[in-house]
Design a protein. Structure first.
Ligand SMILES: [Cu+2]
Length: 271
C-alpha cells in the first residue's frame, strides 16, 4: 500500500511542481514563439505519458496485490495490445519530432533583409563584428589572428576595413530588425545561447554556423556559453543590449572599425 501512495504522490507532486515552479521560462524577446510551442507540445505528450504510466503502475500494484490462492494468468503474446502500444508510441514520438523539423527549417532560412552580425567565441570571451556602411563583413581566418587583429580579419579585403570590431564588450542590436547571426569559434567548441531569444547554436572551430532572429523588445540580456569549454566555462558570459534604432546608431558610431583598430597598433584590452 505504501508503494501505491508513493506513486500517487509522485504523480500529483510532479504536476503541481510543473505548474507552480518559480523556474519557468524567461519572457521571450524574439520572434521564435514557435520554439515555445514545440516545447509545450513536448511537455504535454511526455506529461500525459508520465501520468498515465505511473498511475497504471500504481493501479496494478493495488489491484493485483498478493492474496492467498490468487494465481497469475500466463499470457506471453497479445497482438492487439502490442500493436496498440507500438503505434501509440510511434505517434507520440513523431508528434514531438515533426514540429521541431518545421521550426528548424525556419530557424536556418535567413530572410534577405537580415543584417549580418558575427559572434566570435574563445576561451572565455565573446567578441563581435558588425559590417560597416557597405553592409558586408570582410573575410577572416583564424590563422590571421594576432594581438592587433584579434578576430583575424583579412587586411586585403576592402569590405572588411570598415567592419566594427568589439572585443569582449557588449553587443547592441536594434529592436524589430532581423539579424543573421554568424558564429565562429577560434579555439574549442562553444555554444551561443541567449535564453530570451530562444536561440542557441553550437560554435565549431573551422566552420561558420548560423541562424536568424528578430529581437522583439528592448532590454539587456545575458549571453551564455552552453557547451562545456574549459575551466572558465561558467564565467563565459556576455551581454546583448536591444535598443531603439536611434540609440543603436549612437552606440554604433562610438565603436571602432577594423581600420581604426589597426591604426591604433596596440592590442586592445578586453573590458
Ligand atoms: Cu564557451
Amino acid at each position: 500500500m505504501a508503494v501505491v501512495l508513493i506513486l500517487a504522490l509522485l504523480v500529483v507532486g510532479s504536476v503541481l511542481f510543473h505548474m507552480m515552479s518559480p523556474w519557468w521560462w524567461t519572457p521571450i524577446a524574439s520572434n521564435w514563439t514557435y520554439i515555445d510551442s514545440t516545447l509545450i507540445i513536448t511537455f504535454w505528450i511526455t506529461g500525459v505519458v508520465f501520468v498515465g504510466v505511473v498511475s497504471f503502475v500504481a493501479y496494478c500494484v493495488w489491484r493485483f496485490r498478493h492474496r492467498p490462492g490468487n494465481r497469475a494468468a500466463y499470457e506471453p503474446e497479445n497482438r492487439r495490445l502490442e500493436l496498440l502500444l507500438a503505434s501509440g508510441t510511434a505517434i507520440g514520438v513523431a508528434a514531438m519530432l515533426v514540429p521541431g523539423l518545421f521550426v528548424w527549417n525556419q530557424f536556418i532560412t535567413v530572410p534577405n533583409d537580415a543584417a549580418p552580425v558575427e559572434v566570435v567565441s574563445q576561451q572565455w570571451l565573446w567578441s563581435f563584428r558588425l559590417p560597416g556602411a557597405d553592409g558586408k563583413l570582410g573575410r577572416s581566418k583564424t590563422r590571421d589572428i594576432t594581438p592587433e587583429n584579434p578576430l583575424g580579419v583579412n587586411k586585403n579585403d576592402t569590405t572588411g576595413l570598415d567592419d566594427v570590431i568589439i572585443e569582449g564588450g557588449e553587443l547592441h542590436l536594434p529592436v524589430g530588425k532581423p539579424v543573421h547571426i554568424l558564429l565562429r569559434s577560434i579555439d574549442v567548441l562553444h555554444d551561443f545561447y541567449v535564453p530570451e531569444f530562444r536561440a542557441k547554436m553550437d560554435m565549431i572551430p573551422g566552420m561558420i554556423t548560423y541562424f536568424w532572429f528578430t529581437p522583439t523588445r528592448t532590454g539587456t540580456f545575458d549571453i551564455l556559453c552552453a557547451e562545456l569549454c574549459g575551466v572558465g566555462h561558467p564565467q563565459m558570459r556576455g551581454t546583448v543590449v536591444v535598443e531603439e534604432a536611434a540609440d543603436y546608431q549612437a552606440w554604433l558610431e562610438q565603436q571602432q572599425t577594423f581600420t581604426q583598430l589597426l591604426a591604433s597598433g596596440v592590442p586592445q584590452p578586453a573590458n
